[in-house]
Design a protein around this ligand. Sequence first.
Ligand SMILES: Cc1ncc(COP(=O)(O)O)c(C=O)c1O
Length: 413
Amino acid sequence: MSNLEIIPDKSHTFSKAYHQYPNGISPKFARTANGVEVVTDIGSFTDWSMGLGPIIKGYNFKNLNDHITSVLNKGVGFSIPGEYEFDVASKLLGKLGFGEQVRFARNGSDVTSAAVRLARYITKKDLILCNGYHGWQDWYIGATTRDYGVPKNVKELTKKIAGFDKDDLVQMFKNNRGEIACLIIEPMIADEPDLEFLTLAKELCHKEGALLIFDECWTGFRCHPQGAIGLTGIEPDLACYAKALGNGVPVSAVVGKKENMEKFQDVFFSFTHASDPIGLAAADFMLDYLSGDFFNRLNEKTNFLKESIANIFNNITNDELGIDVRGYCGKIVFFAKDQRYRIKIKTAIQKHMIENKHLFNMFIALAEDHRDSEINSFLSACKSFVEKINVENFDINKETDGFLVQDVFRQTQ
Ligand SMILES: Cc1ncc(COP(=O)(O)O)c(C=O)c1O
């Protein structure tokens, strides 16, 4: 077996690392994956995180692979812009029905960071307000509890609002009048979009001369062909896309009106592989694939699964071990009702799922390839988990001793 110690944390992505799965019984790495089955160092599992969201169809999607291969065979990494960039940008704008210009990149963090830098340049202001997870770079991670290495003065320039709390939003705008460059938000996280919040966000931004940015890195191409914009009818000034756009192949995009986007002529947003044709090929293919009633089917499946899981968890008799499920548009999130038991419940359910051959990390990124057989198997694992923890002498401390997972972000309460 490979020497895992040569990669710090044994992972390049925090949420994929060994400490996010129960110690000692979880797979250490994946070897191959097909559909929703992943082959690991300790056997096959049904995957429910789907690469942290991008894999909306399934792993190793042959038609996508073939298309990418045909693009690859024309050469990659040109010294001047490739014609293909303009074709895919045009297709993206056509599908979104929003924006006039596009800049491509590879990660979600690339485009959220580009969008906030653009907003700071346009507004000549520095403060950023945000509401979700927006990537690994200083401007965002400095506002979290894993802020190691971020300079204090950078930390002071980003403030987090509490989810979709309208009062908090109003207060933030009031307290920081004249300083706000932009509000960057995930337009929905675990529930359907809050139209009142989004309308208010747009109003406040425009009144204050700030830009509204939708971070659709998760939601884009997971809920509607036009993402949250199509779903809500609310247009931001800029929108960022990633994950599902490439079904696992790295590609991201920032999109907006020409009057804002053309300022990228001044703002430095540039890297060698920004318009990598492999990512563009994936986007090109997936933009066509994610059409028709794809999203209706995914949404129906999400609702069915969410409700079925909620019904099963309603039978948990010990309130301290209760689990809530919320979800929308291909995403289902699991929450410990009693936050004191958050880590132990996460560990216990993940352990049970691993024992039942499900790779699970407290959320489901539903893919087209999750069919009835996998869904039924997951539901029966939920049932047997509830039966296990309902036994009178069940002891969560004993169950999780030696297996505990860790938080990605330290909890502040
Ligand atoms: C909403 C949102 N924005 C931005 C990002 C950052 O994307 P990446 O990890 O590709 O840089 C993520 C990643 O999880 C995300 O969920």
